[in-house]
Design a protein around this ligand. Sequence first.
Ligand code: ZN
Ligand code: ZN
Length: 366
Amino acid sequence: MGRQHEQAAGEVLASQFMSQLQQLRDAMRGAGVDALWVSHPANVRALTGFSSPEDGRVLVTPDAATLYTDARYTVQAREESGLPQFIARPPETFKHAAALLKGQTVGFESDSLTVAGLDDLKEHWPDAKLVPLRGMIQGLRQIKTAQEIAAIRAAQNLADQVFNEVRPMIIAEVRELDIALEIETRLRRAGAGSAFGVIVASGPRGAMPHGLASERVIGDGELVTVDMGARLSGYNSDMTRTVAVGTPSDEMRRVYHAVLEAEEAAIRAVKPGVRAADLDRIARDVLTGHGLGEAFAHSLGHGVGLEVHEGPGLRGTSEDVLAAGMVITIEPGAYLPDVGGVRIEDLLLVTTDGYQVLSHAPKEPV
Ligand code: ZN
Ligand code: ZN
């Protein structure tokens, strides 16, 4: 069972990478490049499945695609990579590639190549014309494959389970740090990792949208914002719940219900063809109606996948339009300096006729 099962999974993965390569080559032709040097780790992973993409590069040409990594990863790359591998260290890597690139126009990822990295390409590929490109693979990655959706779903299911287990521990007299530690430990025990530093922001710290867990002791009558994600098989989840410890003030309860109303209004509007900027506007208008427009100090959400924050961008200035297969967050918040804050975040899959909410941890009637 084991081996046959693995082989079948490998074949499915290989076909996934092939269809992605096809799309990528179309995009490369559109951008006028013959070849593409891929250095952004999440892009390397998306094209190959190689799970140490920081130490990998990919060269895509019209009729070949190769994963370059070094001898530390010979076995791992053979087991994981959907692309053929060339095992070497620079400068051998560049020399191997140079033979394929004479006289070619070669795109490189200008948003993830250092100045020194570009100098290396210039030195070793003197006959190639180097062209800076931004976000080409990131754009393709916005639409998830069935396998990617399954991986994100699994990560979120685990996050839901861990949140539900830890929720009873969020009580007065407990430190924020201990909540975060409990979440991280349970994720690790399940074979996952934390997608990002767990945010636990209680009482007045709730006014910090990215308040990493601190030594602060949670008090009675406070709201506590917990933002967490699991990273499983390279894919991330992302969810925020704001919970009440005891009975919060009337003011904070009012803020909670305003944020929940904004969140639900934006979620209901999710479907293919909707502009991301319009979703941001829907949530912002609800909060503005409650006098909290200024308090909503960040954008509505973002795509999630191999990276916690990726396209599409759900903000007022975004040009992105939703399409089926995108996985996005909807996460309005309201932050009142020195008083407290609320954020509620769900993870959604955009489907052909609307959306599916992937995060299931309950939202409490604060
Ligand atoms: Zn989050
Ligand atoms: Zn988020």
